[in-house]
Design a protein around this ligand. Structure first.
Ligand SMILES: [Zn+2]
Length: 472
């Protein structure tokens, strides 16, 4: 039996889309099993406050063992001081051990969720209408479940890829300021994630308001997350006798200057490909502005128009914004100290220390001390978006979503790809999961994913992983 059994799986998916959610009961046995795995993972609470990634990792390990993976190829790596923050690494060995593995990276921790705020229990998988609802239903347990399910199916089909395929289900992606599993693994188990390429979250597909696929994203590169602390002190005094030099007033002026400032437009390869691809889907006015900017990034009128879309604005320039302020010590006293946090998302390849100098210039007040709030994380370079990366994605996408374009992108948020890319593992965001324009409640209330999107994404990843793993 050839491994390319996805054609029958593809047939099942298409049948499903034709018959809609009502046909869910008619799922093929492997989809029924997948749904069970997904449900088990989603319903294992992995929040920092009350959950356990280790428990979830053990459940997924049990499924891999049942599929025939030897103990030697399954590891659960737990930081000794954090027993609940375990990470699973499993390996499907390939024909040629000299080739660098393909890494399938997904985080199993989820953002907090308060039952009282949700319509349904966030830790029970609910299928209602066209959607699955639960915390982590999309971010990121959809991809974690799909990858684990594929590793089970590859093993059962005796599929032997050209290179090893590694699965990494990690903890702490949502809580990097407390603990991050990928960072932990890279520092303490350097070979655990070693690979020639990684697939990760970071880009999915976009649906229109009627659920029709518009484009499938593939992400290469992400902006650098960096906080800066601005602080000014003042002798203070009694507020009944104020004088002009006021710590809060000066800090406010500096923050207003930063808030008003637009960093220059600089388009990297991913963003260029994104703007060129998006222009084909946009209104004539926006398309003209996108193309004008591609021709001349200094075109201020085009930049002004393109920047009206917040997503594009943050893709085409470094952004810095005040996010927190603390000041003053008593309502009847002149403030002696005013402090603020400015959060910057810096274009890849730029040095956060240079941005510090820019902020000092923009703030325009040498009396305000500006420092890096934390040591900058390693500077990740944007991995190449060449045919070896785009080809397999296009090939499989054309089967599942005929005529739907693939549009590269750079994420303006942060993923664990920043650690792996900085460690020399070219990491791409490619989930194949199509989402609604409103973001589907990710990190918010009533997180959801379309049933069809989940099953389509499963068919897509199951096949595209094989193409990457067997690439010459
Ligand atoms: Zn995530």
């Amino acid at each position: 039996m050839s491994i390319r059994t996805t054609t029958t799986a593809l047939g099942a998916v298409l049948a499903l889309s034709l018959a809609g959610a009502a046909a869910a009961e008619d799922l093929t046995p492997d989809l029924v099993r997948f749904k069970g795995l997904y449900k088990e993972l989603v319903e294992t609470n992995t929040t920092l406050s009350a959950g356990s990634c280790t428990a979830a990792a053990e459940k997924m390990a049990a499924r891999l063992k049942a599929a025939g993976y030897p103990d030697a190829d399954i590891q659960i790596l737990v930081p000794p001081e954090r027993p609940k923050d375990g990470n699973l690494i499993a390996t499907l060995h390939g024909k040629d051990a000299r080739l660098k593995p393909l890494l399938l990276l997904a985080h199993i921790d989820v953002v907090e969720a308060n039952r009282a705020d949700w319509e349904r229990d966030p830790f029970t998988l609910v299928e209602e209408g066209d959607y699955f609802y639960a915390r982590g239903a999309s971010d990121d347990k959809a991809m974690a479940a799909i990858f684990t399910d594929s590793m089970v199916r590859y093993r059962e089909a005796n599929y032997k890829p050209r290179r090893d395929i590694k699965l990494a289900l990690t903890c702490g992606e949502e809580t990097a300021d407390t603990f991050n599993g990928v960072d932990f693994l890279l520092k303490t188990h350097p070979t655990a994630l070693a690979a020639g390429m990684a697939l990760n979250e970071g880009a999915g597909g976009r649906l229109d308001a009627n659920g029709k696929p518009l484009y499938l994203g593939i992400q290469a590169g992400e902006k650098i997350y960096q906080d800066y602390t601005l602080e000014i002190t003042n002798p203070g005094g009694h507020s009944s006798r104020p004088f002009k030099d006021n710590a809060i007033v000066r800090l406010s002026r500096a923050l207003a200057n930063i808030g008003d400032h637009d960093f220059p437009v600089a388009l990297n390869d991913s963003v260029r490909l994104n703007f060129a691809g998006s222009a084909k889907l946009e209104s004539p006015e926006v398309a003209a502005a996108l193309n004008a900017l591609l021709k001349d990034p200094a075109d201020a009128a085009a930049a002004e128009l393109v920047a009206r879309d917040r997503g594009r604005n943050s893709m085409m320039r470094t952004t810095c914004v005040p996010t927190m302020v603390t000041a003053g010590h008593a309502p009847n006293a002149l403030p002696q100290r005013a402090k603020a946090n400015v959060n910057c998302r810096i274009l890849p390849g730029n040095d956060p220390r240079q941005v510090l100098k820019d902020l000092e210039r923009i703030a325009g007040d040498p009396g305000i001390r500006i420092v890096l709030a934390a040591e900058p994380s390693a500077i990740a370079v944007t991995p190449p978006l060449n045919e070896a990366v785009l080809g397999p994605a296009r090939k499989v996408a054309a089967k599942i979503w005929p005529g739907v374009p693939i549009i590269p992108t750079m994420t303006t948020g942060a993923t664990d790809g920043r650690y792996t890319t900085a460690a020399g593992i070219p990491t791409y965001g490619l989930s194949g999961l199509f989402g609604d324009p409103d973001g589907g409640g990710t990190h918010g209330l009533n997180e959801r994913i379309r049933v069809k999107s989940l099953y389509d994404g499963r068919a897509f990843l199951h096949e595209v992983v094989q193409l990457y793993a067997d690439q010459k």
